[in-house]
Design a binder for this molecule. Structure first.
Ligand SMILES: NC(=O)c1ccc[n+]([C@@H]2O[C@H](COP(=O)([O-])OP(=O)(O)OC[C@H]3O[C@@H](n4cnc5c(N)ncnc54)[C@H](O)[C@@H]3O)[C@@H](O)[C@H]2O)c1
Length: 369
């Protein structure tokens, strides 16, 4: 630890790569984006670049894609690798870190909690120590509505008690607590963005979701529409919702990316800390999403009802008023047809980037993510 501190201190003076200058003289602030090669991280890098920042992606590529890193350098590395992280930090001297790197699947976390405690909690803890010793104390963190858990029948605001049902949700809650403790003890400034269900694709068609296997509901519905899966399975038709299927708040990835730009600026400016929901405030049931997908694609989409899955709340919709108040953020995309159309276009036009996989039909209830 002492060695790490000494080395960080030694290099911190040489800020040769810390900032770049635009032709018109504005300073470009570097933002370290862990997990910047993933779905939401890559879209955020594009938004950061458009806002005048240089996004430096730091990603071990375990679940990311080099083709998605187009708006700044790609530095390969694991967040737990202190030497590698320190090297990258000393090279770019970032103003802040946006921390996407982690695993994000409820089902996987219940089957393999070791992965989630290991990657989301322990490695993040190691990363925070590296950041502290390198004096990088501004952080925006990818948290999740899965931290709320429990039973809700109306929009969830940030004051609702967090009682996660899944290991995944708990891993995010632990990191929120770590950030709060590092704030109190070490002067970290952080915003935990609790997003609801990220969907859609880059409105310009340059980026989109590409997971292998793909556990997320909408891409699986669209794969069924494309004939890549025989049917979409829905877990549970007896929830206390209008049509018996789960209700989720689907927020466009472009809106999430914009939220991160506002959040990182707020943290750098020192104006705020804590947690903020990012969601639309509107819920759609799984059957409604399938209807939208049928309309947008013009394809038949076969469904099968399967039993409920443990840990899936009936209803998860954001009260996002705090995001509006604190960040001036509001979801711009609220029309599900448009959101699904972006995903469908990505699936059709960006398909060459996606490895073909044989997909077993399996649970299709939408987790809270
Ligand atoms: N997708 C959603 O709906 C959703 C909702 C709420 C929260 N989140 C959280 O947002 C973040 C991003 O989600 P996503 O959907 O873009 O996921 P993603 O899997 O597409 O991207 C995650 C990226 O992190 C990288 N990564 C993982 N562990 C790493 C490590 N130890 N070191 C370096 N890189 C590592 C992966 O290679 C990948 O590129 C995740 O933390 C996820 O839990 C996602």
């Amino acid at each position: 630890m002492a060695l790490l501190r000494a080395r960080c201190g030694q290099h911190a003076g040489g800020r040769d790569n810390s900032t770049a200058r635009l032709d018109h003289g504005d300073i470009v602030h570097n933002i370290l984006v862990t997990g910047g090669a993933g779905f939401i991280g890559s879209q955020t890098c594009k938004a950061l670049s458009r806002a005048g920042y240089l996004p430096v992606t730091y990603d071990d590529m375990s679940r990311g894609h080099a083709w998605a890193v187009r708006w700044g350098p790609l530095e390969r590395g694991n967040i737990a690798d202190a030497d590698r992280m320190r090297e990258v930090i000393n090279r770019y001297r970032p103003e802040a870190v946006i921390h996407f790197a982690g695993y994000g699947y409820v089902g996987e976390s219940m089957e393999s909690p070791d992965l989630y405690y290991g990657n989301n909690v322990i490695r993040t803890g190691l990363m925070l120590e590296t950041l502290r010793l390198c004096d990088v104390r501004n952080i925006v963190f990818s948290s999740s509505c899965a931290t709320y858990g429990g039973v809700h029948d109306r929009a969830i605001d940030e004051t609702v008690e967090q009682r996660p049902l899944s290991t995944y949700g708990f891993s995010k809650l632990v990191v929120e607590r770590m950030l709060s403790d590092y704030g109190r003890a070490f002067g970290f400034r952080s915003l935990a963005l609790r997003y609801f269900n990220a969907v859609g694709a880059d409105p310009d068609g340059e980026l989109g979701e590409s997971h292998d296997p793909e556990p997320h509901f909408l891409p699986r519905v669209l794969r069924t529409a494309a004939g890549q899966e025989p049917f979409i399975a829905l877990n549970g038709d007896d929830y206390p919702t209008s049509d018996g299927t789960c209700v989720r708040d689907y927020v466009h990835v472009h809106d999430l990316a914009h939220g991160h730009v506002l959040a990182v600026q707020a943290v750098i400016d020192g104006g705020t800390t804590g947690a903020i929901n990012l969601g639309t405030g509107r819920g759609s049931s799984l059957l409604e999403i399938i209807q939208v997908a049928r309309r947008v694609t013009g394809r038949n989409i076969a469904t099968e009802f399967w039993p409920r899955r443990d840990g899936d709340p009936a209803y998860a919709v954001a009260d996002a008023r705090r995001a509006a108040l604190v960040l001036g953020w509001k979801a711009a995309y609220t029309d599900m047809d448009q959101i699904v159309a972006h995903s469908w276009r990505w699936m059709c036009n960006g398909a060459h980037r996606v490895r073909e996989v044989t997909i077993e039909p399996r649970a299709g209830t939408e987790s809270v993510r």
